[in-house]
Write a protein that binds this ligand. Structure first.
Ligand code: ADP
Ligand code: MG
Length: 365
């Protein structure tokens, strides 16, 4: 439904979007994540025909945005970062104005009434936009995007500046839109992505550094690869025994004590559940396991690790061999090893996709 091929955007010498490619299938809800200045808004502005690209192609449902901007725009409902609301109009005037602007052919009154119902602004239709709260202005922006019932919805940080209640409302609205629309949503809020998106694309410094189905990430994040275990027994021997179990990739003694039990943090290799084995081994030694608690990974940590990793790689490449003194590898934060593994996989996959996209376009030439 959305196809981006080798898109690049330069602002002077600053490359805001650097050779990105991805496709979004009909009905998918995709979260577009990245730190400030990563290139999210630039990408969205090009997708929606508000900005021109320096290179590359963008198509909506097969319609090239450059060749047929009006045709492509008809398919898109766009909520930009700064909703383009006119403060001196009433909500009603504004929506009617947008209805005309879009050349919408659906019967006006029932259509606008339905949209107002969906975004819950029916009771403020006669109010001046100037007098609405930030949350309501945002909803008016969303309403504007829905006019004409476009199959593709693009929202740029729709929940920024909203209070927690408004955030939940907009989120559930996005979730309901996701049922019969193709949605691309940029955000900073990771729970938001986890809550509503089928897929996560992470962009940093204009490059896509991860692109994965949310369930694949969540499955790894919530797996049983990391847990705390409380064991009564001689510390050093217990720790050595845990470390020697097949499938255990990391173990450390934590400071927490519970009576005469010590707490150990254990991580296992991918796809291995070491808990049963650990239980029986502890019993064989006549020690006692008195607690076991699975620890998830945080999506936040994964996001930060992916972004840091791609920055490290860049500065490594830039500083090259000249500067050997800075070469020693950063010591890994032990509790981040799983996030590191996952981030590595995500970054490598993204690199591979990028290489494939480049190959395909070379063949086209
Ligand atoms: P994001 O939405 O992810 O925060 P943007 O797409 O807004 O990022 O910006 C990406 C990069 O492009 C940033 O470095 C930003 O400073 C730069 N940039 C954005 N808009 C302009 C512009 N109109 N002129 C020059 N540079 C810009
Ligand atoms: Mg932005």
């Amino acid at each position: 439904m959305i196809k981006i091929e080798r898109l690049t955007k330069n602002y002077g010498s600053n490359c805001a979007v650097d050779d990105i490619s991805f496709e979004i299938q009909k009905g998918e809800t995709v979260g577009f994540l990245g730190p400030n200045g990563a290139g999210k808004s630039t990408t969205m502005n090009i997708l929606t025909g508000y900005l021109s690209a320096s290179a590359g192609r963008v198509a909506i449902d097969g319609i090239d945005v450059l060749a047929d901007p009006i045709g492509a725009k008809k398919l898109i409902g766009y909520l930009p970062e700064q909703p383009p609301v006119y403060l001196d109009m009433t909500v009603d005037e504004y929506l009617k104005f947008n209805y005309e602007l879009k050349g919408c052919t659906l019967e006006r009154e029932p259509h606008l009434a339905e949209i107002c119902e969906v975004v819950k602004i029916s009771h403020v239709r006669k109010r001046l936009i100037r007098n609405l709260s930030k949350g309501y202005r945002q909803r008016v922006g969303v309403a504007q995007a829905l006019i004409g019932n476009p199959p593709v919805i693009i929202f740029d940080e729709p929940t920024v500046g909203l209070d927690p209640k408004q955030i939940i409302e907009i989120r559930s609205l996005i979730r309901s839109l996701g049922k019969d629309h193709t949605v691309l949503l940029s955000t900073h809020i990771l729970q938001e992505v986890q809550a509503v998106c089928d897929r996560i694309i992470i962009i940093n410094k204009g490059k896509i550094v991860a692109d994965e189905k949310t369930e694949n990430i969540t499955r790894v994040v919530e797996g049983n690869r990391r847990f705390n275990v409380k064991i009564c027994g001689p510390q050093r021997e217990v720790l050595d025994t845990i470390k020697s179990l097949p499938g255990v990739s990391y173990a450390e003694l934590l400071a927490q004590k519970d009576g005469d039990a010590c707490t150990y943090m254990v991580e296992s290799e991918f796809g291995v559940d070491v808990r049963k084995k650990l239980f029986y081994t502890v019993a064989e030694h006549d020690w006692a396991m008195i607690g076991l608690e699975s620890l998830g990974m945080s999506l936040e940590d994964i996001f930060i690790t992916v972004v840091n990793k791609t920055e490290e790689d860049k500065s490594d490449a830039e500083s090259g061999k000249r500067n050997k003194s800075s070469a020693p590898k950063r010591t890994r934060r032990t509790r981040n090893t799983l996030e590191n593994d996952l981030a590595d996989t995500l970054v490598k996959d993204a690199e591979q996709k990028r290489a494939e996209a480049a190959e395909v376009s070379d063949e086209d030439m």
